[in-house]
Design a protein around this ligand. Structure first.
Ligand code: NAP
Length: 252
């Protein structure tokens, strides 16, 4: 019996990298996982298959976030999948992981780019929590993925860092609001973590990025997924409203 046996989870942006690792870890711990994707349907289906090969349960759900109707579209698919695979629409765990980076100089950032970053990274998580609470039993778990960039400066990521600072407010305020129901709400802030960005194929850049961590390496998706899985477990019942630094000591 895994720690999350009988639980259900939705991980947004689970087609790749960190979200993929979170979905696989939660499935390995026994949860039935809704693997959310936007464009990468085949990759999300591969995550579902990998979870099943490892003895877990998962299904894929597609929806673009940050656009009108996003939450309704996603939850229609989530409820259909939960009903089919679990016989109920109860959702115990929500991980708001999907996000978009900026990489735009302050002087070049347009209002449209700014709105898009805020819509995907901050507005969508708020309304996903609001909607998920209709399905979430007492004792549920909500984890929002922030970034070390709320604590360390990068001028090309001001809008992104603002969106992540906003996301961190969800833990503070929803944590208090949902305490009476035993639902915990926490922020996890990764540092530089391997993804599809071509910089991870450049050894000299990887060396420079690794030097920012106290452990002198870049993060792997599983480094963060394991932290998220802990916060989703019964063992983390006494932690809510927290900012959890999962940056490998980048902020020290
Ligand atoms: P990633 O590889 O870029 O993957 C992003 C995921 O989010 C994908 O599954 C993507 O779906 C989904 N997504 C993006 N835009 C979306 C939209 N508009 N609607 C719905 N889904 C959308 O991400 P990552 O690097 O693993 O990062 C995961 C999270 O950690 C993000 O919130 C990111 O801001 C945060 N973070 C990352 C780092 C890092 O160094 N990697 C550091 C700090 C924080 P599709 O692939 O299906 O399109």
């Amino acid at each position: 019996m895994g720690k999350l046996s009988g639980k259900t989870a939705l991980v947004t942006g689970a087609s790749r990298n960190m979200g993929r690792a979170m979905a696989l870890r939660l499935a390995a711990d026994g949860a039935l996982v809704a693997v959310h994707y936007n464009t990468a349907k085949d990759e999300a289906e591969a995550v579902v298959e990998a979870a099943r090969q490892a003895g877990g349960k998962a299904f894929a759900v597609g929806a673009e976030l940050g656009v009108p109707g996003d939450v309704a579209t996603l939850f229609e698919a989530v409820e259909t999948g939960l009903t089919e695979h679990a016989g109920s629409t109860a959702l115990d765990i929500l991980v708001n992981n999907a996000g978009v980076l900026g990489g735009i100089k302050p002087e070049d950032t347009t209002p449209e780019q700014f709105d898009r970053i805020l819509a995907v990274n901050a507005k969508a998580p708020f309304f996903l929590i609001q909607r998920a609470l209709r399905n979430m039993p007492d004792g549920g778990r909500i984890v929002n993925i922030s970034s070390g960039l709320t604590r360390t400066s990068n001028p090309d990521e001001i809008a992104y860092a603002m969106s992540k600072a906003a996301v961190e407010m969800l833990a503070l305020h929803f944590g208090k609001y949902l305490g009476p129901r035993g639902i915990t709400v926490n922020s996890v802030a990764p540092g530089i973590t391997r993804n599809d960005n071509p910089v991870f194929q450049m050894p000299e850049v990887v060396t420079a990025m690794a030097s920012l961590s106290a452990f002198n390496r870049v993060g792997e998706p599983e480094d963060v997924a394991d932290v998220v899985a802990f916060l989703c477990s019964e063992d983390a019942r006494w932690i809510t409203g927290a900012f959890v630094d999962a940056s490998g000591g980048t902020l020290l």
